[in-house]
Ligand binder design. Sequence first.
Ligand code: SAM
Length: 282
Amino acid sequence: MNNEPLQEPLSAGLYIVATPIGNLADITMRAADVLARCDGVACEDTRVTGKLLKHLGISKPLWRYNDHSEARDRQRLIDSMHSRSVVLVSDAGTPLISDPGFRLVRDAREAGIQVTSLPGACAAITGLTLSGLPNDRFLFAGFLPNKDKARNDMLAGVADIDATLIFYETGPRLVKSLSAIETELPGREVSVARELTKLYEECRTGSPAELADHYTAHPPKGEIVLMVGPPEEKSVGEDDADAMLSEALQTMKASQAVAMVAKATGLDRKMLYTRAMELRAK
Ligand code: SAM
């Protein structure tokens, strides 16, 4: 006789479930619980997800899904969510993040389906936390384009953004991407995080040229998160501050102009006030 307690079924809806990015122990307790109690799992590759479920001792119907699936198939899956609990997973990490699911979630929400997301592993966030690069502001930009011109254009387009940039990358393309970063975003600190959560996890930080040399000599294997630190803060010179003050004094009181310029430049208020008085006197 089987004495195991019967698990309560889940309420109908869509459950977005993050799975490990290498180390199977990173599955969350909630993810394992929801996978065990759902009616079925929509996944990118039934073999990959089948292996994860086998590891967890779970057997469930698996349905192949990607955002290029026929609209008819997506609609059928969504219709079923009115009465069934459907889990969405990708091969690894958080669904929708450079992975399928965007259209499914959008359409399910529009159809009034209950949608919930279970957080877990994500290579971009794992790489960022490991890199030592500033993380107060970051921009996740997915994969860089494969073609040289498109890659350069994309990098040029994000060059002035005051944030750490995060890209997904593959081994064979890494050196080309580092060279493009050297050209388009010169002088920036770069981090390469490889094989996160796996046996040969590594994270190297340096200039794009140093890292390109290293990975030319040691062609990288496995999966990669490539990160670029923010641009250096431009120091505001006295001339710039004068110009800003002069313009502000045309429409504001001196105290307001000083407060505004101090906030924008980080320069000392007293110094700016003295300068504002001098400019007024001219
Ligand atoms: N949805 C996934 C996530 O949440 O991280 C990302 C899927 S995307 C198709 C696959 C890319 O993620 C890889 O090419 C690599 O850039 C990055 N990646 C996934 N696992 C990784 C790992 N263990 N170490 C480093 N990068 C990884």
